[in-house]
Design a protein around this ligand. Sequence first.
Ligand code: 3PG
Length: 390
Amino acid sequence: MTFPKQTVKDVDVQGKKILLRTMLNVPIKDGVVSDTMRLQAALPTIQYLLDQNAALVLISHHSTEGQTLAPAAKSLSDLLGQEVQFATDCIGNEVESAVAGLQAGQVLMLENLRFHPEEEANDPEFAKTLASYGELFVQDDFTTCHRKHASMVGVPQYLPAVAGLEVALEVETIDAAIDEPKRPLVAVSGGAKVSTKVPILSFLLGKVDSLFIGGAMANTFLLAKGLPIGKSLVEADQVELCKKILAEAETQGKTVVLPVDVVVAKSVDPPSDVRTVSVNDVADDDIIADIGAQSVAQLDSVLSADGTIIWNGPVGIFETPEFASGTAGVADKIIASGGYSVIGGGDTCDYVDNAHLHDKFSFVSTGGGASLELMSGNTLPGVEALLDKK
Ligand code: 3PG
């Protein structure tokens, strides 16, 4: 599957002043970037443009209200091995003179775009001002491409806009895993709510050979099959939909794998009376908090070294050690299968990152919401806004 948009490799960037939307929405603790995964993924495009003698004006947001991007400038400067200048705003006179004075090969980072509500409102004047900082716009923040903000869809209205290498890689990899997979294709879906995962489940059902469902979402499916779920998290209004998905899977000849055993507790915070029981034996006052070892073992019969696995969503409350075995087991099974694995979704990527398992999977997306949109068969507005390949 070829990426349908122009990238930095398709246009002349030599010596140009480039406005680069990059991924600076990174974890910051005590004023220091605590995880550089996104910055590392941003480096190839930055380095490529610097090698072409471009001058770079970096723009980005941070999700935490009021969070300055100054620590990201420091961290990026360390990774790049060169100074990253920092402007304390993203619009105004100070920025304009810093941009005007920027020389070839230099990097200037502007302050958090979301300090101005015009960013999220996709205000045209704000977008126009940002666009005035460069001769070309490069979109390389895959993680935010699902947002219709000024730096995503507004700027391309005023400046020729192409994709950075990370955006192209993410879209190509995830789309290819779904549309041109080595088979069998297995989706492992977890997470809390069926309602937020319905678009993914419905879309992926048409693509996969097997669908493995875990997490609190599985409770609603178990209830749809008439099994007891005690006091577990459930979406009663989604039961009919779960029945439909199960019936549709049968019609399409697809395998849906649901938990056969679960880790239950009388209370999850703090955990009390934690036990593993068959899905037939969940008591009225039990709360399901993870899938059991036999459930995880079912992956052996669907995963294959020749196949592809798309994993989105943890299968238990993995933040609590007592309920983390299911998610750890799923990770182990996927790795051990030797299949081509693509990991998406914020919680799953966080899990993989914190467990230092990043390098064991074929591809771990930098994006949470953005990767889930692609896994739901949707296009991303931030990508759609870019110039088509000629
Ligand atoms: C992300 O971390 O998912 C992206 O950077 C988007 O951030 P947001 O959810 O604050 O829009």
